[in-house]
Design a protein around this ligand. Structure first.
Ligand code: SF4
Length: 121
């Protein structure tokens, strides 16, 4: 058996959660004050996901790069692969906040979208 200590980030309470694992199987979750914390801890131990935030090259804009973000979490173990995809992309200004830059990146179901608008130079 192994124990994994986590701080729940679902709400500002920041409960300290202990997950007991038997190999890859979860035996118990303790320390959470609500079911959302249990779900967070289970996902974090079995299939962690993250929002990807990065930049893409921007042509003809007031800046040379455009900040982008995935519109939902993607598997943590695919973040670097996703970064490689984003690096291949170049966008032309103007860009509107929320505009899809890469649709369904790596078939994760997440879109990479502009996190701010960018005017033409
Ligand atoms: S376990 Fe529940 S109350 Fe505690 S931080 Fe997570 S969401 Fe908030």
């Amino acid at each position: 058996m192994t124990e994994k200590e986590l701080v729940c980030v679902v709400c500002p309470m920041g409960c300290r959660i202990t997950v007991t694992l038997d190999g890859e199987n979860i035996v118990s979750v303790t320390g959470n004050s609500c079911p959302r914390g249990k779900a967070y801890a289970e996902k974090e131990c079995i299939r962690p996901e993250r929002i990807l935030t990065t930049t893409v090259r921007l042509e003809g804009g007031v800046h040379r790069v455009l900040p982008v973000i995935t519109d939902k979490e993607i598997p943590l173990d695919r973040i670097f692969e996703a970064m490689e995809e984003v690096r291949k992309v170049s966008v032309k200004a103007p860009v509107t906040e929320g505009q899809i830059i890469i649709e369904n990146i790596l078939d994760t179901g997440a879109n990479v979208v502009a996190s701010r608008s960018m005017k033409k130079r």
